[in-house]
Design a protein around this ligand. Structure first.
Ligand SMILES: Cc1cc2nc3c(=O)[nH]c(=O)nc-3n(C[C@H](O)[C@H](O)[C@H](O)COP(=O)(O)OP(=O)(O)OC[C@H]3O[C@@H](n4cnc5c(N)ncnc54)[C@H](O)[C@@H]3O)c2cc1C
Length: 458
């Protein structure tokens, strides 16, 4: 049997980034994917979700038209089938571009099928065995379906089929208010669907800072109902679902399950291999290399559950693709942490979160700004939200930020790049700030932090 240098299992974002690097080093490689091809990001993730959100946010803006002197907003309506159809055509465009990029190597190096290990150096696909010196597992993740919901499958949607819907019902529940649930919950509500959000504990999106969390909850609960518990489910005789928490209940037509994603590892036969497992039931990884202990197998992208984000999947794929054939590879170095949730206002975290700083017992002060009275935010009628900057109490170094603010996606990038430069509060205050811009809000928060550095005791 031929031995390949590398076999990549999964042609998603991580797998394709790895393929690019590997193809520069050897021709003796294979990529296996069970399909559908086109990546989670383009097919059912980042791209269709942001296309859907864009329309919802654009439509929502009509509510301030009257105040601005633009008349006729009450004549605007939504055509949900058309909205979903334009989301799908944008999605198809992005998927097609990924498939096109695969054309140059697909005939020689690609097999469609589900792979599983029968030994540390051998997998089986479609009943045939393939040997390799090195394997990269890049099999991604899938929506988690909580056990009680399994018997209500006719009522449930996940992001795997949400964008395939021809239209949306009048009443939807969203279970789970992490990044995916809160984005789609707000968007559906803005498009006229009556939305009830449920999540366990007062945590929302990607935010950990209590002050920013309470701002986000206060703002978003004005748009749709947020419940902080898991609901009891009951099917009514008229074919609807009643969801109950405590004394309140609601009737819905469908439920979007957004309760997290689980890595696609179950069908890979990893239990057949003599490898070590961690307490969470995943293969034990060397964090420096992303390689499974005692096996020539690397685990990248959502499949390793480290940072389930697109740019992280790409970075891990590029790094492992570049290094897995080398004798003494350098350690994997992550970029500055950055995560964004595209609600309006945007939620974002940069660097160390409030929760991490507390857990690590770091002495920090928080510089805050509210966007309610911020000049530019008022001009654009987007004056909601707040931003917290965390500054090392002793050295003045910027450590991280949590954001629920207009154009938070851009403020987060600016702050992430500042963090990369290891900037201090004084250095950041010495930078130019134009007027009137949202970045002036960052300056207010920096000044607040500088003041607190001098007034708060270490
Ligand atoms: C609704 C939604 C919105 C999102 N929005 C954002 C966002 O705005 N920004 C962001 O950074 N991230 C976002 N993400 C996350 C991002 O999409 C993922 O982190 C990223 O796509 C993961 O890439 P991956 O390569 O690990 O997996 P994937 O792209 O899922 O690739 C895995 C591949 O493995 C294949 N496969 C699985 N099992 C097997 C097997 N046994 N044998 C062979 N092939 C197999 C699959 O067919 C698939 O092609 C979002 C995700 C979702 C669901």
């Amino acid at each position: 049997m031929k031995t390949y240098d590398v076999i990549i299992i999964g042609a998603g974002s991580a797998g394709l980034s790895a393929q690019k690097k590997i193809s520069q080093q050897t021709n003796n490689y294979l990529v296996i994917d069970q399909s559908p091809l086109g990546t989670t990001c383009a097919r059912v993730g980042c791209m269709p979700s942001k296309a859907f959100l864009q329309t919802a946010h654009d439509y929502h803006r009509r509510l301030i038209f009257g105040d601005l002197g633009i008349l006729g907003e009450e004549t605007l309506t939504v055509d949900l089938p058309r909205i979903l159809s334009q989301v799908r055509s944008l999605r198809d465009h992005f998927v097609a571009s990924i498939l096109k990029n695969m054309e140059s190597w697909r005939d020689k190096h690609f097999i469609e099928g589900q792979a599983h290990f029968i030994a540390k150096d051998t997998i089986q696909v479609n009943g045939r065995s393939y040997k390799a010196k090195t394997f990269l597992i890049a099999t991604g993740s899938s929506p988690h379906i909580p056990e009680p919901w399994k018997k209500f499958s006719t009522f449930t949607l996940t992001t795997d089929n949400f964008f395939e819907q021809k239209t949306l019902p009048q009443r939807m529940a969203v279970l789970g208010l992490g990044p995916i649930g809160i984005e789609l919950g707000q968007a559906m509500s803005r498009l006229g669907v009556s939305v009830h959000g449920f999540t366990k504990g007062h945590k929302i999106g990607n935010i950990t800072d209590p002050q920013i969390t309470s701002q986000a909850i206060q703002t978003l609960s004005q748009e749709f109902s947020l419940c902080w518990d898991t609901p009891q489910i009951q099917q009514t005789q008229s074919g609807e679902l009643t969801l109950t928490t405590g004394n309140t209940s609601c009737v819905v037509d469908k439920v979007l399950l957004a309760t997290g994603r689980k890595p696609n590892l179950d069908t890979l036969g990893l239990k057949n291999l003599e490898i070590e497992w961690n307490d969470q039931g995943s293969p034990r990884l060397d964090e420096n290399s992303l390689k499974i202990h005692k096996a020539p197998i690397w685990l990248i992208g959502d499949a390793n559950q480290r940072q389930p984000l697109l740019h992280e999947a790409n970075d891990e794929g590029s790094f492992v693709g570049e290094q897995c054939l080398k004798k003494n590879p350098p350690p994997f170095k992550r970029r500055t942490p950055l995560s964004i949730v595209f609600t309006q206002p945007n939620m974002a975290t940069v660097g160390k979160t409030h929760q991490q700083l507390q857990k690590e017992n770091i002495n920090f002060v928080t510089g805050s700004v509210s966007f309610q009275n911020q000049g530019r935010a008022q001009l654009s009628r987007e004056n909601q939200g707040a931003l917290s900057l965390y500054i090392d109490q002793k050295t003045g170094h910027f450590l991280g930020a949590e954001i629920f603010a207009p154009a938070g996606e851009h403020l987060a990038h600016l702050l992430a790049w500042s963090l990369d430069q290891n900037a201090t509060v004084s250095e950041l205050l010495s930078r130019p700030y134009y007027h009137p811009v949202l970045e002036e809000g960052i300056r207010t928060a920096l000044k607040d932090a500088r003041k607190k550095m001098h007034t708060e005791k270490v």
